[in-house]
Design a protein around this ligand. Structure first.
Ligand SMILES: [Fe+2]
Length: 294
């Protein structure tokens, strides 16, 4: 069990998530605190902070302590002028919620992003939870026989696995179409190990999502489809999950290499406003690895 000197870490469930207390993200956070927050993220796959009423600039400053931030795409989301890395995600009557599917961000990219940092700016009064899945727990939860079959397999990951679905059809019309075409062109199907070794923790994870894993390679088409259906059900088991209820000022930070998330779309006609940013590189984790090796 990890020891923490500067923050308090309370597991949210047996297998997934932890709440962090003892840190105020509106104030400058020390290197030692950031190192412990990163350590908790590695241990629990996703971590949560309550009552952190940070501005977009403060959110970006905190995120940048962990690695390089991606500039938000204006075509896809609103942004704030003072923090171009922060996407403002508004789900309302004009833009109903539709991310009710399990995925890790960036799985379809050749170099998936490390982490995502999401703040509840104005969550619905009822509903709108996010379900997180530990992919390390999901891997441990398979039978020895199935782990033997999958351990050395590659997966094919494809943006279009999700975005050719009926629920996403409206994104190919109107103003969003140009951005979708660009993302599709920039992200042809790519292969990743289905069971990668986490570069920081050394743990294996089931790097699979119903949304972006298009096929499991090394087996037949129908075997791949059967495995896809089985793994979709497997990853949805409550034993591997934590379901987060958002309050104003709740922040979640998740590691996309070891977790999935699912935004529960049950809050209509309430509005849900979230501030999200993407951390592309795990500078702390990979720096640590370099120190350990060097
Ligand atoms: Fe996501």
């Amino acid at each position: 069990m990890a020891d923490y000197s500067y923050i308090s870490v309370t597991p949210a469930s047996r297998n997934c998530g932890a709440f962090i207390t003892g840190v105020d993200l509106k104030q400058p956070v020390s290197d030692a605190e950031v190192a412990e927050i990163h350590q908790a993220l590695m241990q629990h796959q996703v971590i949560f902070f309550r009552n952190q009423d940070v501005s977009p600039q403060e959110q970006a400053a905190f995120g940048a302590r962990f690695g390089r931030l991606r500039k938000a795409r204006r075509a896809a989301f609103d942004t704030t002028d003072d923090a171009p890395e922060v996407s403002v995600i508004i789900n309302d009557r004009e833009n109903p919620p539709y991310i009710d599917h399990f995925h890790a961000d960036g799985m379809f990219r050749a170099e998936p992003e490390f982490a995502s940092l999401l703040k509840a700016e104005s969550p619905p009064t009822l509903g709108g939870d996010t379900i997180f899945v530990s992919l390390t727990a999901a891997w441990r939860g398979l039978s020895d026989a199935m782990r033997g079959l999958l351990a050395d397999k590659m997966g094919l990951y494809d943006f279009m696995r999700l975005h050719s679905s009926p629920e996403k059809a409206r994104n190919w019309e109107g103003a969003a179409r140009a951005g979708m075409l660009k993302t599709r062109e920039e992200n042809p199907p790519v292969q990743h190990p289905l069971i990668p070794v986490h570069p920081v923790t050394g743990e294996q994870a089931l790097y699979f999502s119903e949304s972006f894993t298009a096929a499991i390679l090394g087996v037949t088409k129908y075997e791949s489809e059967g495995l896809h259906a089985m793994l979709t059900r497997h990853c949805a088991k409550p034993e591997f999950q934590y379901r987060l209820n958002w309050h104003p000022g709740t922040i979640a930070l998740w590691d996309n290499r070891s977790s999935l998330h699912y935004a529960v779309a049950d809050y209509w006609p309430d509005t849900r406003i979230m501030h999200r940013l993407t951390i592309e590189t795990d500078d702390i984790g990979l720096g640590r690895r370099a120190e350990a090796v060097g």
